[in-house]
Design a protein around this ligand. Sequence first.
Ligand code: ATP
Ligand code: MG
Length: 439
Amino acid sequence: MQLQMPERVRQALDTLHGAGFEAYLVGGCVRDSLLGIPPHDWDVTTSALPEETASLFAAFPLSRQGEKHGTITVFFPGLPLEITTFRVDGTYSDHRHPDSVHFSRSLRQDLARRDFTVNALAWDGALVDFFGGERDLAQRRIRCVGTPQRRFEEDSLRILRALRFSSVLSFSLEEATGAAVLQCRKMLSGVAAERIASEFMRLLCGKDAVPVLRAYRPVFEVFLPELAPMAGLDQRSPYHQYDVWEHTLHALEQTDADPELRLAVLLHDIGKPPCRSIDRTGRGHFRGHQEAGAVIAERICTRMRLSRQMTEHVTALVRFHDVSVVCGEANVRRWLSRLGPQLYRRLLELNRADTLAHAAPAFRRLPILDQAEQDLEHILREGQCWSLGQLAVNGTDLASLAQGPELGRLLRRLLDEVIDGRCPNERDALLALARRLCA
Ligand code: ATP
Ligand code: MG
């Protein structure tokens, strides 16, 4: 069996072998290669000590940032390669970091510290498989190396990594691993928010995000307790056939694998549980759930230490997810000026996914969404004006009429007139209008 790798990677292995060291490809690149997925990065594990690796590759720029943990990064042109010394991890008294890291000359020890059998495969011209990883790959199963509970106690992030790989690769969890994921879930509360967020966002964008979210909801509730009241919350509405949680999962099924959009869909109805009321006829209402949801979504994004842009976008999508889409290019231009094309496109996608997860009576909204999408593309194609930058006059043109904040308000007023179609985006017409407004 052969494994395709970039020439540089092959040379790096040859260099290490030539100096008398063992060196193997390991982890994700071996797993993905065997699955026929092009690896996105290449990791090497070796018997060479970091010092020895560094001197072998001294001709290239190196990073020694990970040296304490045995990793030297060699920057081949266009291809950073992490070369890590065989390692045994010490005890994990904090469930996150090994108390100590010992270098080892044994590949087997290095593979034994790795999380899952499919990630504990090594390759140096032939496959090395001490833990049955090849069989688990063939059967599409995630199985811990060793006793799952012990491995989750050492580093509890592995609980979420198991689910991430299950979602991304469409693998199931082997029985003992799956049981331990549920049983040990509370340990996740000790894991740093950034580590959780990074695994969770990848999970959310995986092919099998929905079945994984459905089957392992209690795990997610450990770091997203706001999800808990969604399950079983009856909407009591002719427009809905599912409870809020199932509705959310059905909407996710309709959504492209874009992190911002997927997270917004997951959270779009997070404001419903605190906003539910039931009227005399027994019908459910959720007044104000969009705004309440935006506040909760912002809190969640901040807690997960997501970027400011991601937080703002997700919050905006949750806040506006329910705005009734009205036809007409003026309306689309108004949304464009508020959100910009990228975020507005996502809002329409969220709207569509949300609609498709309703009951049939709600589907009458779909043609309106189609029309809004067409209008959007038409406006962009024609270069119609929806932003100050596109306006045919600027601040300098109006300086004799207004200054400072007043000038800003005047420009915005002119833009609104253009957006609403009451004034053409032409210099003379705009100047005349400005003079009238300031008279
Ligand atoms: P991908 O790059 O697609 O995320 P990967 O398997 O390469 O997949 P990484 O997070 O890059 O995942 O980790 C590289 C390898 O290091 C893994 O394949 C696994 O062998 C090991 N590993 C990573 N994180 C852990 C962990 N928390 N516990 C044990 N081993 C781990
Ligand atoms: Mg990797």
